[in-house]
Design a protein around this ligand. Structure first.
Ligand SMILES: CC(C)(COP(=O)(O)OP(=O)(O)OC[C@H]1O[C@@H](n2cnc3c(N)ncnc32)[C@H](O)[C@@H]1OP(=O)(O)O)[C@@H](O)C(=O)NCCC(=O)NCCSC(=O)C[C@@](O)(CC(=O)O)C(=O)O
Ligand SMILES: [Mg+2]
Length: 300
C-alpha cells in the first residue's frame, strides 16, 4: 500500500486539547502543518467521553483547509482506545498517533482495530495512517521494529516528558537527557524510510531556548517537532524552511553535478566547497523542502 500523504510536509505538529471545543474549532488559522487533536493526557479522565464527542463533531463538520488532522488516542492500557479509534475513523481523521508505544505488537493491535473500523464506517481500507510516540526506554530501544511494523506508519515521535520520567531524570532544557533517544530514533527512522519528530518544548515563554532546540533537531535530521502553542509555529517554520542562500547553493550543486558528470568529472568545487555525487541527494532534498514549504521560485 502506498499512500500519497505518507511523506507530506510535517514541520510543525500542534497539540490541541479535544476537551475544549473552542480550541478544535478553527485552529487551522494558525498555519501549523498538522494539528494533533488530543484525547490522551490533555483530557481529564472524567472528560474522555465528552472530548471524544466534541472531536467527532469537529472532524465531521469543520473544514480544516488542507491542514492534516492527527488524533492522539488513549493508551492501549486503558479502556478508551478502541472507542477512540471508532470515533476517529467515523469522523475521517487522517492519522492516529499511538501514545506510549513499546513494540510492534501494539502497532498491530491498533492496525487491526483501524481496519475493522474502516470496514464498519465504509472508509477506504488503508486510508488512515499511523504514527507512534516513543515515551519510554523500552519504546526507544524498539524504534526500528516500531518503524517497520505497519505499511500505514508515517513515523515516530519522541515524547520527552514521559520518556525522562522513565529514564529517572528530567527535562533540563539543554537536551543532554534526550541525546541518546534522539540519535537512536533518527537512525531507526531513516533506516526504515519513515519520518521522525521531536518532542514538545514546555517552557513557553523561553522562545530563544526553543529556537536553539529546533535548530539542534533540524541539524540532527528530524522532519519536524511536536508543539503545544501557536507562538511556536513561526520559529519551527523559519528554521525548517530552507533559506534563499541554501536554495541557491543547492541549485548550483545539482546543476554542476549534472553538467560535470557529462564531462566525466567526479569531484570539483562550488563556492569553495568540495562537491561530489554524495552531495546530490542532499541538494535535491533542500529543493523539495523549499517547494513543499512554498518558497521555491526556481526552475528545477
Ligand atoms: C499550554 C497552554 C495551556 C497555554 O495556554 P495559554 O492560553 O496560556 O497560551 P497563549 O499563548 O496565551 O494563547 C494564545 C492564544 O492561542 C490559543 N492557543 C493556545 N494554545 C493553543 C493550541 N495548542 N492550539 C490552538 N490554540 C491555542 C489560546 O486559546 C489563545 O487564543 P485567544 O484567547 O483567542 O487569543 C496551551 O497552549 C495548550 O493548551 N496547549 C496544548 C497543551 C496540550 O495539548 N498538551 C498535551 C500534549 S503534550 C504531552 O502530553 C506530553 C508528551 O506526551 C508530549 C509528546 O508526546 O511529545 C510527553 O510525554 O512529553
Ligand atoms: Mg506523554
Amino acid at each position: 500500500m502506498s499512500h500519497p500523504n505518507k511523506k507530506r510536509l510535517r514541520r510543525s505538529m500542534m497539540f490541541l486539547n479535544a476537551q475544549k471545543p473552542s480550541l478544535i474549532k478553527d485552529p487551522y488559522l494558525y498555519g501549523a502543518d498538522s494539528l494533533m487533536l488530543d484525547l490522551e493526557d490533555a483530557v481529564a479522565v472524567t472528560a474522555k467521553d465528552t472530548a471524544r464527542f466534541s472531536l467527532y463533531q469537529a472532524l465531521k463538520n469543520v473544514d480544516y483547509r488542507g491542514c492534516e488532522r492527527v488524533v492522539r488516542i488513549n493508551g492501549l492500557d486503558t479502556e478508551y482506545w478502541k472507542e477512540d479509534i471508532r470515533c476517529c475513523i467515523a469522523g475521517g481523521a487522517d492519522v492516529l498517533r499511538i501514545p506510549k508505544t513499546e513494540d510492534a505488537k501494539m502497532v498491530k493491535a491498533v492496525e487491526d482495530a483501524v481496519l475493522a473500523a474502516e470496514r464498519e464506517f465504509e472508509r477506504p481500507e488503508g486510508s488512515t495512517l499511523l504514527m507512534a510516540a516513543l515515551e519510554s526506554a523500552k519504546g526507544v530501544m524498539s524504534a526500528y521494529e516500531v518503524c517497520t511494523s505497519s505499511e500505514r506508519m508515517i513515523g515516530i515521535a519522541l515524547s520527552g516528558g514521559d520518556y525522562t520520567k522513565d529514564l529517572q531524570t528530567k527535562i533540563t532544557g539543554t537536551g543532554v537527557e534526550l541525546m541518546g533517544a534522539r540519535q537512536q530514533m533518527i537512525i531507526a527512522a531513516r533506516a526504515a524510510g519513515v519520518q521522525c519528530f521531536d518532542t514538545v518544548w514546555t517552557d513557553l515563554d523561553n522562545l530563544e531556548g526553543f529556537r536553539k532546540e529546533v535548530m539542534l533537531i533540524k541539524d540532527m535530521g528530524f522532519d519536524g517537532k511536536s508543539i503545544i502553542n501557536p507562538r511556536q509555529i513561526p520559529i519551527v517554520h523559519e528554521v525548517f524552511t530552507p533559506s534563499m542562500k541554501e536554495i541557491i547553493f543547492s541549485e548550483k550543486v545539482i546543476r554542476e553535478i549534472d553538467s560535470k558528470r557529462k564531462e566525466g568529472i567526479g569531484v570539483f568545487t562550488v563556492d569553495g566547497k568540495m562537491i561530489d555525487i554524495a552531495f546530490y541527494d542532499g541538494a535535491q532534498r533542500v529543493i523539495a523542502l523549499a517547494k513543499a514549504s512554498g518558497v521555491y521560485k526556481g526552475e528545477l
